[in-house]
Every structure is written in structure tokens, then in C-alpha cells.
Design a protein around this ligand. Structure first.
Ligand SMILES: [Zn+2]
Ligand SMILES: [Zn+2]
Ligand SMILES: [Zn+2]
Ligand SMILES: [Zn+2]
Length: 161
């Protein structure tokens, strides 16, 4: 089967993210080749195994395109203003981008309001309410306490001791 000429043909389209050459499609936002693999994603699994989905969900390139902003996402003031700086930086520098922003802005790391751990908003689980952020663990404790507080007020004189 192998014809033996030109092992790596440079013209062959490859996914700009993972380099695969099968089942490709072009992105709407930037016209780059990418795996046509949205079907691999299992709903609600939050898996990040689909190149197409990763680019269209987790990059500013796609979001800028979906919002219908004019010009290049790399210098779009509307995009810059619509995300918390940390998320903005993640969107423009994560591995789901074909080209990353060269000089992303600085930002203060987000810390858990309860234990002070730094939370990486792009990749870690967290909960937030207004200006408060909690790491995954503290978020669960926080939720339990809220539930207990609301239940507690109704459960006066409960026989359980
Ligand atoms: Zn791919
Ligand atoms: Zn794109
Ligand atoms: Zn934009
Ligand atoms: Zn915490």
C-alpha cells in the first residue's frame, strides 16, 4: 500500500491542534483545519477530548467570531472588556488556540475566599457567587452550609440529637 514517495507531504491538511489528518473540517471562526470530532464528546461529561469543541468553546477566537465583533480577536476591546482578566488570558493562551496572544495582560491570581488557595479558573473546578470564589472543596462545604442553614430554620425541635 505504501507508495514510498514523500513520506510527509506538507500539503496534506492536518488538524492545527493535534496534527491528525483524518476527518478534518475547517473552523468557522478562523478557517483552520481541525478534527471533525464534535461527535466524540459525551454530553455533560465535560471531557475536553474534542479539538473542534475545545476551539469553539474555550478560545477567544471562536467567541469573538460568535459575538460578531469586527476585526481581529487579538485586539478586540469588546472581548477584552467582557471577561475577567484571568479568563481572558486563559482563552487567548490555552492549547486550543492555533495562534496565541503574544503579550497577554497581567492579572492577580484568583484565590478561594475561604481557604486562600489559588484557583486556576481556566482548568480547575470552582464555584463563584458575585465577587466570591471558592475552590472545589470549599465550594462544596459552602453549599452544604447554605442548605443546612435553610433547613435548620424549619427543623426546630427535631428529635435527632
Ligand atoms: Zn485535532
Ligand atoms: Zn478560530
Ligand atoms: Zn471580540
Ligand atoms: Zn478553598
Amino acid at each position: 500500500m505504501a507508495k514510498g514517495k514523500g513520506k510527509s507531504s506538507p500539503d496534506k491538511p492536518r488538524c492545527g491542534l493535534c496534527g491528525k489528518t483524518r476527518r478534518l473540517t475547517k473552523t468557522d471562526c478562523c478557517g483552520n483545519w481541525i478534527c471533525d470530532d464534535e461527535h466524540k464528546y459525551v454530553i455533560f461529561s465535560y471531557a475536553r477530548n474534542s479539538c473542534h469543541r475545545n476551539h469553539s468553546r474555550y478560545t477567544l477566537c471562536a467567541s469573538h467570531h460568535n459575538e460578531g465583533h469586527p476585526g481581529d480577536w487579538k485586539d478586540c476591546p469588546e472581548c477584552r472588556g467582557s471577561f475577567k482578566t484571568e479568563m481572558y488570558v486563559w482563552y487567548v493562551t490555552n492549547e486550543y488556540n492555533f495562534t496565541k496572544l503574544e503579550n497577554p495582560p497581567d492579572y492577580e491570581p484568583t484565590r478561594c475566599s475561604r481557604c486562600g488557595t489559588v484557583i486556576k479558573l481556566g482548568t480547575e473546578a470552582y464555584s463563584c457567587l458575585g465577587e466570591q470564589y471558592w475552590c472545589d472543596e470549599c465550594g462544596q462545604i459552602e453549599m452544604q452550609e447554605r442548605v443546612r442553614r435553610t433547613k435548620g430554620s424549619r427543623r426546630r425541635g427535631s428529635p435527632r440529637a
